[in-house]
Design a protein. Structure first.
Length: 327
């Protein structure tokens, strides 16, 4: 059950760059370098963020079973792809909020488009910020129309630059599935709009269809929708451990938001270009390191995603906690 839940964590282009091994009362999470985006993410930062999100989900799955996870991040400096070891020796009933978050693991979807106009409650944003801090990250809310417009312009600059980068375009195409595909990873046509929504200010999405016309129908009718609340998830340092922590914080933010009826759109483009990432750090991060750019808001349209079966990412040997369902 733990691995079956963890595979539903978010990852760049839905690459699902993780694998698990189990022994006794311990599960090890490894980064799968064969799924790393070597053009967009040559340093593996996004891969480790994705693994961090999977780690948080595995921990949450154990809590839903009444176990207290003991987690060691990057336990072996020699094994750089060994992201974490998680064991469970102690028991304690899960809190109500942990059960609620776990209930959204399979239902949460990354949104790609605009949001409904109503603003989010300040109290909810405070809760999201406190949650991120608990996982070693900061969720910075970008306020002021000028700042939001400037950040949107940076995202647009990044998207335009990448569309002119042949190797980047080819790498993205390898992770996009045509309609009717039975592929269990990558971005299916049910996960993005056929015509990208324009938001105010406009945060452009990736060109997944690349002229094929794939994707869901748009419900914006040509009218610019709200960009929602623009946020930066940052960390004090920029080491692999910080990337893993950023991934854990991201998944907590996403699941907490989903439980409150809030969706998130992720924009990794400007953080994949070192010069733009440096600019964002100087302008909006107060000296911390930006790891994820996201927008939060409410939306009606639902998308569908895909995941690989647990057996394809879990090495034999048992290790599931008692009470876990076999899937």
């Amino acid at each position: 059950m733990v691995a079956a839940a963890a595979v539903w964590a978010p990852s760049a282009h839905n690459t699902q760059p993780w694998r698990f091994s189990a022994r006794g009362q311990q599960i090890s999470l490894h980064a799968d370098a064969s799924r790393q985006l070597m053009v967009a993410d040559p340093g593996g930062r996004e891969m480790m963020i994705s693994c961090g999100a999977a780690l948080f989900t595995a921990r949450l799955a154990l809590r839903s079973l009444g176990y207290i996870p003991d987690t060691t991040v990057l336990p072996d400096p020699v094994q750089r792809l060994l992201v974490a070891r998680v064991s469970w020796q102690r028991r304690a009933g899960p809190a109500e909020y942990e059960q609620q978050l776990f209930g959204w693991v399979r239902q949460r979807r990354t949104h790609r488009g605009g949001f409904a106009p109503p603003p989010l409650a300040p109290e909810l944003l405070t809760v999201l910020q406190h949650g991120a801090e608990g996982d070693g990250a900061l969720l910075r809310i970008i306020t002021g129309e000028g700042s939001r417009a400037a950040l949107a312009a940076v995202a647009e600059t990044a998207e335009r630059a990448m569309r002119r980068h042949a190797a980047y375009v080819q790498e993205l195409a390898r992770w996009v599935s045509p309609p009717g595909s039975t592929r269990a990873d990558g971005v299916p046509d049910t996960a993005y709009p056929a015509r990208p929504d324009r938001t105010g200010p406009d945060f452009p999405g990736r060109d997944y269809a690349h002229g094929h016309g794939w994707g869901l129908p748009s419900f914006s009718f040509g009218v610019a929708s709200s960009a929602g609340v623009a946020c930066l998830l940052t960390t004090a340092e920029d080491r692999p451990q910080d990337w893993v922590n950023a991934g854990q914080a991201l998944q907590r933010v996403l699941l907490t938001g989903a439980a409150c009826g809030v969706a998130a759109a992720l924009h990794s483009q400007p953080l994949e270009l070192p010069w733009l990432r440096g600019y964002i750090r100087a302008q909006w991060s107060d000296g911390t390191y930006p790891q994820v750019l996201l927008r939060l808001g409410t939306v009606i349209q639902a998308t569908a995603s895909v995941r690989r079966p647990p057996a394809s990412v879990l090495s034999p040997g048992g290790g599931e906690p008692p009470g876990a369902r076999r899937e």
